[in-house]
Design a protein around this ligand. Sequence first.
Ligand code: BGC
Ligand code: NOJ
Length: 748
Amino acid sequence: MGGRYIYLRDNTDGKFWSTSWMPVRSALDEYTCRHGMGYTIIRSVSRQIEAETCYFVPVGENLEIWELTLTNLRKTTADISIFSAVEFCLWDASDDSTNFQRNFSTGQVEFVDEVIYHKTEYRERRDHYAYFACSEKLAGFDTQREAFLGRYRGWDSPAVVEAGESSDSIAYGWQPIGSHHIKVQLKTGESKQIVFILGYQENPKEAKFDPPGSQVINKKPVKRTIAKYLQPKNVEAAFDVLRDYWIELLGKFQVNTPDEHTNRMVNIWNAYQCMITFNLSRSASYFESGIGRGMGFRDSNQDLLGFVHMIPESARERIMDLAATQLGNGGAFHQYQPLTKRGNNDVGSGFNDDPAWLVLAVAAYLKETGDWAILDAPVPYENEHGSETPLYEHLQRSLQYTLDRLGPNNLPLIGRADWNDCLNLNCFSDTPGQSFQTTTNKEGRVAESVFIAGLFVLAAKEMVEIARHRQNKGDSAKMQQAARQMEETVWKSGWDGEWFRRAYDDFGHVLGSKDNEEGQIFIEPQGICIWAGLGVEDGRAKKALDSVAKYLATPHGIVLQQPAFSQYYLHLGEISSYPPGYKENAGIFCHTNPWIMIAETKIGRGDQAHDYYTRINPSKREEISELHKCEPYVYSQMIAGRDAPTPGEAKNSWLSGTAAMNYVAITQAILGIQPQYDGLEIKPVIPSKWQGFEAIRHFRGVRYEVSVIRKGTGNRVSLLVEGKNVPGTVIPLPDQGVRILKVTAYIG
Ligand code: BGC
Ligand code: NOJ
């Protein structure tokens, strides 16, 4: 679907304006746009006519509602024409914008009972169509773009709107659109509601046509839906359902802390963004090409960490989908296509960190739900029927994948890249336009990643717990040994004295070390290794985090590495392709900042953790919106680093792993409310000046009402559950039937 428009025309003098996404001909006195949970309201006042449209998708429906309310603020009666307009996509976004020799000759519509049906290619292999309906009697309609816009004219001044008369065009080839024309007379102060429905329908192949054998779309399945939603009372009811849906989802975790920016993000927007990233991953947006990029394996596993408490059943399904794309050797397709649920061959595999994220996602799911049976569920490899093994084995193969690919220092081989998609140490590309993600010119038997080593330790420690729960002592001991061994390797080859190193390149040279001129220190290994527990007891974690504060932290967040790469290095790949200060080349790649927040809480520094949290918190950054530029309620992938000319300027909002990671950092590490295998843990590491906070957390069917009260300056926790002392920090699972638990946590 292309643009969506609502035009108004004053029929007394022929003046017209748009009141929708695009305020053209802005004779507008006022124009506002408000986003809520799952809806958008656009309001405008022009020529004393107020127009407010609420756009939303009812829960469980494949349709979009536009509920327009027009109000006459004049002292006289208004004679107004309303024109809706949508530009239909011919179902294949890439072909639509390139293959005009074919697609200018395929378009087809039907106009029946005043409803516009878009049915391009329905005559052949497609069995889906779109429909666009309106609650009012029509004065006319259009379905052909050129008839509506007029020759050499654009969406800013459609000829039909200017003339005040539709042409009742029926598209046959060219560019199908949908437009309704409605005429209304509004008395002084009078309001009128008009509903438009833009829907999508799939028919079973055998019931495509009505009557069978004809070329006419079978519209029976949508007729009731259309009739239902053209009634304003049903639209309002659907809106209430949408609101309640979000109240329920967001209600699963609510906090009241002394910081309004924490509250706003945790209670509303961060959780909402987690839902969006979970649903769309990095596809379907203007920032990532929605047609080229599927669901990232790593991305989707990480997104799950911030979403699993909202709808665990969907998280379970996602785990199954992801695991089913896994390769038999434990590796993973880097992406899979959401519609076919198959691995994306064009991008392939070889991002050697990918499989380990599956372990973290499953661990998070188990902790949230206690659904241990998932581990026995049979799941195929590469979607191949007959290759099924229990999910548990997928996890084991995930970790074995790392162990099977160790390099000269016994660190994990990096493959195409690790979390840092742009650290392409085997790519060696000197051809413009070549994909850094898929080009591999080296055998990949030398370049190693300290990041994957840290990630392995983190994931292996989860496997130790998981195996223990399954009473599998052998697996548990084996994983413990593998984690221990990997830690030793990191201390031997991955520790630089003041921080963790980043990698070894194809020549065996270190990266992320004081011995480098550029790229001396990277954020990722500091975050992941300390999160995995390395150096927490012996002071080396503190040393590394002090180095982060000294070399990487800026007022706008923590940059990815320093010093930035000043030129393109063949042996480093895409990371050095960006100008200094942007993206992976020393930008503030927000996704990594929460790892440092988590690491800071591991060494008990709540002030530092929350300070880092605040630096990238969009709600807080609203104070500097002129610089920040992105929405003040949603995390961006990147904020320009200190080497860029505009440090603090954000880019690529919405679809970023920052959402889930930040949610984990603030809710589980800083506020410290963390699901564990055997119960809910309360272990806050909050700023010293906070006297405490309150939280409601729904966990395994129980509502936990938590009060955290500061008694001293430290982080030691004493728990009272329903007035009784509970040792440690984990609240044991209550007896069946218990619905509410009151918890007080004293910290000091
Ligand atoms: C971006 C990365 C991204 C990669 C894969 C690169 O251009 O900088 O952040 O992960 O493309 O799409
Ligand atoms: C964006 C990708 O979606 C994410 O998975 C990756 O880790 C970052 N880029 C860093 O390169």
